[in-house]
Ligand binder design. Structure first.
Ligand code: BDP
Length: 724
């Protein structure tokens, strides 16, 4: 078991034969041409039922073997019929009345004594229905039911930050921890795209409908004719799974690739150049989903280079996509690190940037522009308030950008199950006009009625057979797809489902993985950064490991503002950077005062003495100490919990996971001691429990006789034992 099949293993369940009479005996796909999603659905059903139960089904393409509403007599005539509503009603006009209304990509599923009807609003929806049915079967559930399922939003994309070529490193993935790119190698699209096809299958099984295949820090050469041919080959392997391809663009391409003297979005030659690109792409990929653009951010070119607005830039692309039915996702991650490079300018707050740049543009965007907003105003931290920009875009559609790849959250070397965090974010109520206004309702287009909107997840799988570099990290990808389909999903229920499909439905396996995973995000927050201080990861090198000092005075403006007496960033209107004022009044008022700010965001919004008392009654500094001990203690329990599963999990995955959990347990201690030592030294305040600074219980490296090691000066010093 190397992880390659993810949760689609179709592993034989115990007592498989006993279920045969509850299963269909034949599969009928309606109007399915080879390579279409309905055809794929038929193939999956046949493979799946064979794998899970050892029952081989006849596969046909007409209604001849049944009409999907057969008598369900449990005999050998029961049929699984799969297709679009349209195809079904065409051959069964009388059936129309009994069918529910479906949204785009939605499906209807009816199972009655082996007679199965799987209908999609479109072909992709039919495939989703087939995957849903198979996932129940794989969990041993063959009971009768009827289900109508519609997605929460039309945009359910993933982003891959894959480089075609990166300073000599072929096919690397930015912030990817699972190997090289499955799409690119040596500046071109890989000749063998088997993995890309397998990826599409995994994504389709959780309802994802498009993939941006290349890095947001886009290489202009993505658009050479040869590479466009390559992109078309990727789209070809995606298509049988109903997954569309999208491309990230570099704003300066007309100049750097096209040889024009400018890339000003209002210059007609530039517009014509981009129109040519859109036409060429759609000639090769008629069903291309569209573009993703990162502009005027972290050194990337954009419309502001020419004093044009972000709307001017986005609309230029929108205009060229319009005739082809494409959409553009334009990122709100716009900030200029240079202007923030004024150390300790209290007004310079990167959190303010997105609203600052997008305010006043809400009614300026074309209707096929969607703004893609990271969940927090800074950058994928372990705890952030939800970006207030969601409430400033009323007419313009938005997608929320979540990160499945654990950039700041342990880079897949730490188990951190993210669905509980996403749930909090999606359920957050902004109280726009004092009415319920959750993030999910805003991006799905329900709160402010709009056609386009949804979700983008930065996934960054790679060539490693585990996809993400860690078997357990795949629960995050599973939960991402399921939650964006239905944000009311329960993170724990999703985890159990994923575990049953990925490992086993053994109760102990389910309980252990659930216990560890559900504790993992709070534990990670505890041993890394508390009270909204943001993770204290090394900010300049790789975003990994503790380095609290690196947070201050860097040009990216993520300051903790810690000195000898106090800590936190004052983002109030009355005295700070004013960020709290970007929220609707009820929420702004909450964040404006330390008394009403939730403890877990206190230091995000306020600068307070270390001795400030939290709602919990503890001082800030004691909370830091205690939380770091508590969080790392939880991580210490993971290896033993996992070991209790020995024999219940195949050896390959058992060892791989154990290795990571042992590492995490150790690294959590490094985190604990680094952060505690750092703030202990800074504040001079003793730990009430006498732990910090004493290390009495620890075996120091200096006290050991080491052979085969050499001394190395660790930076920062507090992450080391005696600085080495
Ligand atoms: C940061 C990543 C960087 C990305 C950037 C982005 O460190 O690699 O390019 O976000 O999202 O978190 O554009």
């Amino acid at each position: 078991e190397d992880g390659l099949s993810a949760w689609l293993r179709y592993a034989r369940i115990s007592g498989a034969n006993g279920f045969h009479s509850k299963l269909p005996s034949a599969i009928v796909t309606l109007n399915a041409t080879e390579g279409s999603p309905v055809y794929t659905a038929g193939q999956e059903l046949s493979q799946g039922i064979d794998g899970i139960f050892g029952k081989k089904l006849a596969l046909g393409t007409s209604l001849a073997r049944g009409n999907g509403k057969g008598k369900g007599n449990g005999k050998d005539t029961a049929t699984a019929t799969v297709g679009t509503v349209h195809a079904y009603v065409d051959s069964n006009p009388n059936a129309a009345a009994g069918l529910p209304e479906l949204d785009d990509d939605g499906f209807y599923l009816s199972v009655s004594r082996g007679e199965v009807l799987i209908l999609g609003q479109n072909e992709r929806g039919a495939l989703y229905g087939a995957f849903h049915y198979l996932s129940l079967l794989a969990q041993g559930n063959c009971s009768d039911f009827k289900l109508t399922s519609n997605p929460n939003a039309p945009i359910r994309w993933v982003n891959q930050w894959d480089n075609m070529q990166d300073g000599g490193t072929h096919g690397s993935v930015e912030r990817g921890y699972g190997g090289k790119s499955i799409f690119f190698w040596d500046g071109a699209v890989r000749p063998d795209l088997t993995r890309a096809g397998r990826y599409a299958r995994i994504l389709a099984s959780i309802g994802i409908n498009a993939v941006v295949v290349n890095n947001v820090n886009a290489d202009p050469k993505t658009l050479t004719p040869a590479n466009m041919d390559g992109l078309a080959r990727i789209a070809d392997v995606f298509r049988p799974y109903g997954v569309q391809l999208a491309v990230a663009l570099n704003f300066a391409s007309p100049q750097t690739l096209g040889g024009l003297s400018t890339f000003d979005p209002l210059v007609p030659e530039v517009v014509a150049w981009w129109q040519g690109i859109a036409d060429e792409l759609y000639k090769r990929i008629p069903d291309m989903a569209g573009y993703l653009v990162k502009a005027n951010s972290e050194g990337q070119p954009g419309p502001m280079t020419y004093n044009r607005t972000l709307a001017d830039g986005a609309n230029m692309f929108a205009h060229t996509l319009k005739p082809h039915g494409g959409i553009i996702l334009f990122r709100a991650f716009v900030y200029n690190s240079q202007t923030l490079n004024q150390t300790l300018d209290w007004k310079a707050d990167r959190a303010n940037a997105a609203v600052h740049y997008f305010d006043g543009l809400d009614d300026k965007f074309d209707d096929n522009v969607v703004i893609q907003v990271k969940y927090g105003p800074i950058d994928f931290q372990v705890r952030e308030p939800v970006s207030p920009l969601f409430t400033h875009l009323v007419k313009t559609g938005a997608t929320i950008e979540l990160q499945v790849t654990q950039e700041y959250l342990g880079q897949q070397a730490h188990l951190v199950y993210l669905a509980p965090m996403w749930k909090e974010i999606l359920d957050f109520d902004f109280r726009v006009d004092d009415k319920r206004s959750t993030t999910a309702d805003i991006v799905s287009g329900r709160r402010f009625p709009r056609k386009l909107g949804g979700y983008a997840g930065v996934v960054n799988v790679g060539t490693n057979t585990t996809w993400l570099g860690s078997h357990l990290a795949m629960s995050n990808l599973y939960a991402y797809g399921k939650m964006v389909w239905d944000p009311t999903s329960d993170p724990e229920a999703l985890l159990r489902e994923w575990t049953a499909l990925t490992f086993s439905a053994d109760k102990k396996v389910l309980d252990v993985i659930t216990t560890m995973s559900m504790q993992s995000w709070p534990a990670y927050e505890n041993y890394t950064g508390n009270l909204g201080i943001q993770t204290l990861t090394d900010i300049l090198l790789g975003h990994y490991g503790p380095n609290p000092a690196s947070q201050d005075g860097n040009p990216w403006g993520q300051w903790t503002r810690a000195d000898g007496f106090s800590i936190g960033m004052d983002r109030t209107v009355w005295n700070g950077t004013g960020f709290a004022g970007q929220y609707p009044p009820a929420i702004a008022a909450l964040y404006e005062s330390p008394a009403t700010t939730p403890d877990n965001l206190l230091l995000w919004f306020h600068h307070v003495p270390y001795t400030y008392r939290l709602h919990s009654g503890k001082t800030v500094i004691q909370h830091f100490y205690d939380a770091h001990y508590a969080g790392s203690a939880v991580a210490q329990t993971f290896p033993a919990l996992w070991r209790s599963l020995k024999g219940r999990i195949d050896a390959e995955r058992y060892e791989h996971v154990l290795n990571r959990l042992v590492y995490q347990a150790g690294h959590a201690l490094v985190w604990r001691d680094s952060v505690n030592t750092f703030y202990h030294a800074k504040s001079g305040i003793a730990d009430e429990k006498g732990r910090v600074g004493s290390h009495a219980y620890r075996i120091e490296a200096e006290a050991m006789t080491l052979s085969g090691y050499r001394r190395y000066a660790v930076s920062p010093f507090e992450a080391a034992s005696g600085a080495a």
